[in-house]
Design a binder for this molecule. Sequence first.
Ligand SMILES: [Fe+2]
Length: 199
Amino acid sequence: MGMNSDFTPFDQIVLDPELTANVPKDQRFYTGMDCYIHCIESLQGTFLNEFSKSYGEKALQLCREVFVENNNWNNECDDKLMMASYAGGMSIAYSQVGVAHAVSYGLSYLLGTKHGIGNCIVFNHLEEYYPEGVKEFKKMVEKNGITIPKNICACLTDEQFNKMIDVSLSMKPLWENALGKDWEQIMNRDRLRRLYEKL
Ligand SMILES: [Fe+2]
């Protein structure tokens, strides 16, 4: 359970940027992008409220400072990304994530794809849903010299696609946040299958 769950009791949260100081560049990017994607999905979602908006905007600003405006990674960037991560997590406490998360959970379930990289693989193909966010994401991928895996679903069977679709469509609050109350009219099994095939 996340720190934003009502069922996660804790007295303190330890925030220490030195714990991530020597994380490999790619991993740092994938995890940082999980935060960025949280912000985009929360801020563009139908569940948005002032609590989520305040945290989401702050996290988004910090993500941009380290991945768009910055040229040399330093300790200050680790500090900023740490706080972005905290605020990005808080942003969805009273809203929800969206399409990228709903689709990437299917990948994680079937293929064991890790959360951050899975979100990147999916978000890379979501221009239709988050045009501005995806444009900026691609800019960050290029600027930071990151490779996003492609064709990870190339050899899957119908049964495997169906499993991922089942997992993804079971995330009802995520779809509702992303596409509104009538999300089932917009996202169906065929459309989702075509999206998975692109990954
Ligand atoms: Fe996430």
